[in-house]
Design a protein. Sequence first.
Length: 224
Amino acid sequence: MRILIAEDDQVLADGLLRGLRTAGAAVDHVADGCEAEAALLTNTEFDLLILDLGLPRLHGLEVLRRLRARGSALPVLILTAADSVDERVKGLDLGADDYMAKPFALQELEARVRALTRRGMGGACATIKHGPLLYDQTGRVATIDGKLIELSARELGLLEVLLQRAGRLVSKDQLIERLCEWGEEVSNNAIEVYIHRLRKKIEKGPIRIATVRGLGYCLEKISG
Ligand code: CA
């Protein structure tokens, strides 16, 4: 899961970054509205935008308005001051999916993030089923035939992306974008290594990750 945080309060941003990374997300941070807009224009692989409305240079509501005007359906959680009912209403009217009024408990924000990203991925259900494989998006736990599969954070991230796009091609570049934060160097070779490890752990019975030479990978559809 890849999340963009647009928040100019550095202390709050640091707390969010720490919490969401611990929960297993790849998180990027910008501190003003123009940077947020630039990030959204250049990167389409985000699963969620956490958007403070009181941002310098470009107001959060304007960032949101432009995003929706471009036709993006990216889930957006807005952060507002406790007393700003008007802004909250405007934000929701402009197409925000949810809001949190400051101050809030990180735990609650994390729960809302999980709910929003599940919805964004086309299912309100917390569990994805792929043949004998069950993936619990809340606990980030995968089992095959009821047996727990031990996966590293990277392998989990990879499995998540492949499951969300089962039956479709996912390019190495897409995997890199989805899994990595800015400034993190992950090469094509590293992706191959992660895929290799993941295959060893999950390719059982009908579960197969196909390599589409030169293009990427595809978690093959299981019929029935
Ligand atoms: Ca602010």
